[in-house]
Design a protein around this ligand. Sequence first.
Ligand code: ATP
Length: 328
Amino acid sequence: MPKKIKKVGVLTSGGDSPGMNAAIRSVVRTCAYHNIECIGIYRGYQGMIEGDFKEMGPRSVNNIVNKGGTILKSARSLEFKTPEGRKQAHENLIKAGIDALVVIGGDGTFTGGLLFNNEFGFPVMGIPGTIDNDIFGTSHTLGYDTALNTVVDVIDKIRDTASSHNRLFFVEVMGRDAGHIALNAGIGAGAEEILIPEEDLGLERLLESLQKSKASGKSSSIVVIAEGDKIGKNVFELKDYVEANLPEYDVRVSVLGHMQRGGSPSCFDRVLASRLGVKAVESLLEGKSNYMVGLQNDKVALTPLEQAIKGKTEIDKELLRVSDIMST
Ligand code: ATP
């Protein structure tokens, strides 16, 4: 019989993403709803090692559902990767009477949580929070939808200037290993071409496509490029290559950077965060551990943490075809 859970700790770890605050709020209020205590752990696993804890009642999370970032702060903790660090963290949790954890973050955060469970038998539940949408077991991670909307909004603005000056813009978006943002925001913003880490479009094909687009009467173009695109050239090298081969083009580069991680979460991310927080706490109360809560076919579902860490997400290849057709 698992120990009855009376106090849940919650932390955010790794890169921040919009919707993390809404998830913290959901965890805190679900605990209050079930008459159990909730403790906020500051700065991810580093705060666990340092005992940086704060009791959180339902009113402590007023007015954060709409805020980007994370009120609990996030950190990358090297110390937690050592057995001594994790032992110290465990002692602090026991001292504070915390008997289960909800960890909000990416696969590194889940890896740390799983290891912690394996070493101390401590119940852990994960909530996927990262804008890259690269976690197996959920169709959407927290922050992804907001990031897509941010990127589309910015590309719309870039298009205004691109079309006024007949320019070609290369817009670099986040995604070192995953092209979900580039592919979806690219289609949403009407990009001419989309370069992603999963597919090698090839430089020739890029040139051909740009030539075709000019010949068809388009006066400006947007190419969306994920940070880790398969062609292997960075966005500035690509600009030089295209200008050398297609002198008729005046290419400008825009690297969107960290603005993609900020901002008020979209309604979708707020609702998702609320649903995942409820499921995470209620699953712990049912005696479950070592799962990630996620969204599958619009339903909240559990995936073993191990699978969430090891599994690979795939892009929807049909979207590449849709993008091709749209740039006709
Ligand atoms: P993002 O997707 O934004 O990078 P993440 O959760 O993958 O998020 P990481 O920096 O990889 O971010 O991991 C967050 C924290 O999890 C690390 O700083 C560390 O404290 C812990 N962690 C990661 N990997 C391990 C590991 N192998 N062992 C123990 N702890 C780990």
